[in-house]
Each structure stands twice: as structure tokens, then as C-alpha cells.
Design a protein around this ligand. Structure first.
Ligand code: KG4
Ligand code: ZN
Length: 338
């Protein structure tokens, strides 16, 4: 019988100090997240310096908790995985340095993982029937990528944002209407009961690549709408505005994604990343995929936002391929997926 593969995984690319123990890629033995959100809320967004300092303070404790909850020690671990980009350089460096030190001290193999690969692989955790090839839309605070997952660990990016990421647009709009940080969940909540057709916001198309996105025009349109209403002394219906903005983002994401699925001849589609936690987006994608007879997959809410289980999952395939990193592994803030 094959020996089980236990991966100790680290994720510190932004404001979550996360450590997980993942067995054979699909079984999560522990998944501990120390979220710094409360600390950053005061500033209306992530303060990189605070994020790095908090990671240093918490990473030891979170690692002990992850090993303890999984009921294992470092001696039981097969390999160590860590997100090495993209993300905030200071934040990434804490995870990378910690993982390298542990790998060096224990003699265990080290596996550097791309953060977006982690988000995509979050889908494999709960969906045992999901297998490549498929198209995946990754929408988070830092990224909006349309990716063809050709095989495990084999990706082709066919579309990306030209300016703001989808999550960034959510965060900026939320700040403009005074909903606070992080904006996505606040807008999601505020939109409940709002009319998505109340205000028509633009759906931007990028002329030279039908799969690329652009959200900065939408963000400006929302800001103009708010300023216009203020100047006229009109009251803004927050629920309608949130629902209309959310619908404008979702419409563009659905249109581009479905175009890719059909033009390229795939029958399976998945979403990933923090924005994939949006309730209206999930419902709209599920509806569209059913209509179009496309198999639809999404991670549960917990696995949409940053966590280390997804990094341990992605590392399982890299381990099987023998894709190990050296001790010269460095944090790469602008790391490309391919
Ligand atoms: O994947 P993630 O945790 O971190 C990055 O890799 O960026 O994504 C965070 C982003 C934030 O912009 C947050 O506002 C957004 O995901 N987000 C949401 C929701 N929950 C989180 N956006 C829309 N609706 C949500 N329910
Ligand atoms: Zn992320």
C-alpha cells in the first residue's frame, strides 16, 4: 500500500496567517486561519507593514495549532508547501522564510506554490468528481483571471483584468458608500433586497481580447453616481446601488466565462477566489451553467477566501510530479501563473 502524503502548508500572501495539514491532497486534517481583518478595518484596507508584523507574531502559534489539530508532529509530515507569490512582498516573505527554515531543519522537501493555483485547487478539496480539463474563473482582491486548467498543475491564462481586480472594485465601491472593509461581504449583505435593475452601470468590453476584463470604468461610474446624487441632494438607496453594482460585475464575468467555455469546447466550469463567495454571483453562475448544460463547481465559502488548505491541495500534485523548490525560493510579489 502507498504511504500517505501529508503536506504542511503555509499561506501568508495578504492578511491571513494560515497553516494546514492536508492528507493525500483531498483530506484536510487541519486548517487554521488567523485573520487580521479587524486590525486592518481601522485603516479601510490592508496595511502591508502591519500584515507582515502580525504574520511574524502568529506563524509559530498557528503552525503548532495546525499540527496539534491534525494530531501529527513534524516527523509525520512528507513535504512543506508555501505560497511564494503573488501578494504583498513582506507578508509573503514571512511564510517563505518560515517554511524554508522548517524544511531545512527537518530535511523535508519544500514546494513553492502560486497563490492563484491554490485558489483553483480549492475546488478539488470538496469535489472529488472534478477533473481537468475545465475553465476556471479566479476572482479575488488582487486577481481576475480566466484560466484553462488543462491538467493538474497545467494552466493557460486566457483572460485577465486590464486594471482593477473584481474584489478591488468591490472594496473600493464599499468604501465609497461607507460600508467599510472588506467590501465584498458588506456589498453582498447590503444588496440583499436591493433591485439589481435599479441603476444601469456600464459593462466594459476589452476590444482586443474578448476574455479580458476591465473594472475601473465601472468603479468610476459608481463614484460618479454617488457624487451626482450628493450634489443634487438626493438620497442614495444603498441596497439598490449595491445590487446594481454586483449585477454589473457578475454579468461581465458570466458573459466572458461562458464565451470561453463554448468557444474553446469545454463542458465544465469552476469559480474560485474571495469574490466567488458572493451569493448573487454564485447563484447566477449556477443558473447560467444549468441553462447551458455546463457542469458547475464552486468551493464552499470558507475555501473561496484565503486559506492554507488550498495550498496543501495544490502542493500534492506538485509533489507527485517531483516539482520541488530549493532553499533559494524567494517571495515574488508579481509572480505570473504561466
Ligand atoms: O481570495 P481572497 O481572500 O484574497 C486575495 O487573494 O485577494 O479575496 C479577498 C477579496 C476581497 O476583495 C473581498 O472583498 C472579496 O474577496 N470578497 C467578496 C466576498 N467575500 C470576499 N466579494 C464579493 N462578495 C463576497 N461575499
Ligand atoms: Zn487569495
Amino acid at each position: 500500500m502507498n504511504k500517505e502524503i501529508l503536506i504542511l502548508a503555509f499561506e501568508t500572501s495578504c492578511d491571513e496567517t494560515a497553516v494546514a495539514v492536508v492528507k493525500d491532497g483531498r483530506e484536510i486534517l487541519s486548517d487554521i486561519i488567523y485573520s487580521q481583518i479587524k486590525l486592518h478595518t481601522e485603516y479601510g484596507g490592508v496595511v502591508p507593514e502591519i500584515a507582515s508584523r502580525k504574520h511574524i507574531e502568529k506563524i509559530n502559534l498557528v503552525t503548532e495549532q495546525a499540527l496539534g489539530k491534525a494530531g501529527v508532529t513534524l516527523n509525520d509530515i512528507t513535504a512543506i508547501a508555501v505560497t511564494y507569490g503573488p501578494g504583498l512582498v513582506g507578508a509573503l516573505l514571512i511564510g517563505v522564510s518560515f517554511a524554508k527554515a522548517l524544511a531545512f531543519a527537518s530535511g523535508l522537501p519544500l514546494i513553492g506554490i502560486h497563490h492563484i493555483e491554490g485558489h483553483i485547487c480549492a475546488n478539488f478539496i470538496e469535489h472529488k468528481d472534478l477533473r481537468p480539463p475545465f475553465v476556471c474563473l479566479v476572482v479575488s482582491g488582487g486577481h481576475s483571471h480566466l484560466v484553462v486548467v488543462k491538467d493538474y498543475g497545467e494552466y493557460e491564462v486566457i483572460g485577465r483584468t486590464r486594471d482593477d481586480a473584481a474584489g478591488e472594485a468591490f472594496d473600493k465601491v464599499a468604501r465609497a458608500i461607507g460600508l467599510g472593509y472588506p467590501g465584498g461581504p458588506m456589498i453582498d449583505k447590503a444588496a440583499q433586497g436591493g433591485n439589481p435593475e435599479a441603476i444601469h452601470f456600464p459593462r466594459a468590453q476589452v476590444t482586443d481580447n474578448e476574455y479580458d476584463f476591465s473594472f475601473s470604468g465601472l468603479k468610476s461610474a459608481v463614484l460618479n453616481y454617488i457624487n451626482g446624487a450628493k450634489m443634487k441632494g438626493e438620497e442614495i438607496n444603498i441596497a439598490d446601488l449595491a445590487a446594481s453594482f454586483q449585477k454589473a460585475v457578475t454579468d461581465v464575468l458570466i458573459e466572458h466565462s461562458m464565451k470561453a467555455v463554448f468557444n474553446l469546447g469545454y463542458d465544465t466550469f469552476a469559480i474560485a477566489g474571495g469574490v466567488a463567495a458572493n451569493s448573487s454571483l454564485r447563484a447566477e453562475f449556477a443558473k447560467k451553467c444549468t441553462e447551458m448544460k455546463v457542469k458547475f463547481f464552486s468551493p464552499s465559502l470558507h475555501y473561496c477566501t484565503d486559506n492554507a488548505a488550498m495550498i496543501g491541495q495544490a502542493a500534492f500534485y506538485e509533489y507527485q510530479k517531483g516539482n520541488f523548490s530549493g532553499y533559494d525560493l524567494n517571495a515574488v510579489p508579481g509572480l505570473k501563473l504561466v
